[in-house]
Design a protein around this ligand. Structure first.
Ligand code: PRT
Ligand code: ZN
Length: 225
């Protein structure tokens, strides 16, 4: 069993948020020994352990209180929050800081031949996405009767494969859309990485360590501006 006095931080094991999150922790003075393939990494100079997991698991680990802190993209966080809320599960968390990396947007994109005249053009259509809760919330807000089709990967090929009429996916440069004969129409959510804490009280020692780390994070962010 791990030592419950140590602060537990969930970080994406390998992906777009991993390097920046680890670099930030190192920049605020946390020494880490990260060995490949291990789920857990211990700090050698602070009572801190990292849990290295898929980003999809991070919101739930924080909301269930399995870890104290986490680094996660707002898109994933908000989607999981809505999903858990709908399932009647604990879905609370505290956002400590919005960070300066992981920027992207969740957008509706359509095949180039699609005559898109605004979201109403999606009425009666199928839209493939990995973010059905965010997409359905958008449809509801916009009063559009469209169907979100859940795909966990290869969303951008769904229209060509005849699985959907349009997609709702993350975009950063737009190169993936272009390569697949699609173009961006409506941005439904703008995202960055955030640093979050679990809801509920932590021990005084843990909370005072967090309170010590936050100004250092602010310092690192400011130094980059
Ligand atoms: O294995 P694991 O589940 O941990 O990783 P993952 O594959 O689910 O996630 P990963 O590492 O790809 O992304 C993690 C987070 O990075 C996302 O949840 C976002 O918050 C953020 N992020 C920032 C992005 C992008 N930019 C991004 N461009 N996530 C994904 N993309 C993908 C997008 O889905 C599309 O396939 O990149 C492609 C589009 O990029 P452009 O540049 O061609 O527009
Ligand atoms: Zn993921």
């Amino acid at each position: 069993m791990s030592d419950s006095n140590r602060l537990r931080i969930a970080v994406q094991k390998s992906g777009r948020l991993s390097d920046d999150s680890i670099a930030l922790l190192k920049a605020i003075g946390i020494k880490l020994q990260i060995r490949d393939r291990l789920l857990i990494a211990h700090s050698t100079n602070q009572p801190i352990d990292l849990l290295l997991v898929r980003d999809d698991d991070i919101p739930g680990l924080v909301m269930d209180g399995v870890v104290d802190l986490g680094f996660i993209g707002e898109n994933e966080l908000e989607e999981k929050m809505l999903e858990r809320q709908a399932a009647g599960k604990q879905h609370e968390y505290i956002e400590l800081r919005r960070l300066d990396y992981g920027g992207c947007r969740l957008s509706i994109a359509v095949p180039n031949e699609f005559n898109y005249q605004g979201v109403q053009s999606l009425a009666g259509k199928k839209v493939a996405t990995t973010y059905p809760f965010l997409l359905e919330r958008f449809f509801k807000e916009q009063n559009v009767e469209a169907k979100a089709v859940m795909l966990t990967g290869s969303v951008e090929v769904a229209p060509r494969a005849g699985v959907a009429d349009a997609i709702c996916d993350l975009v950063s440069t737009g190169a993936t859309l272009e390569a697949n004969g699609l173009h961006e129409e409506d941005v439904i959510f703008r995202s960055k990485a955030v640093f979050i804490q679990r809801a509920g009280e932590l021990t005084e020692a843990k909370q005072s360590l967090i309170n010590k780390l936050l100004p250092r994070i602010d310092g690192v962010i400011q130094a980059k501006e």
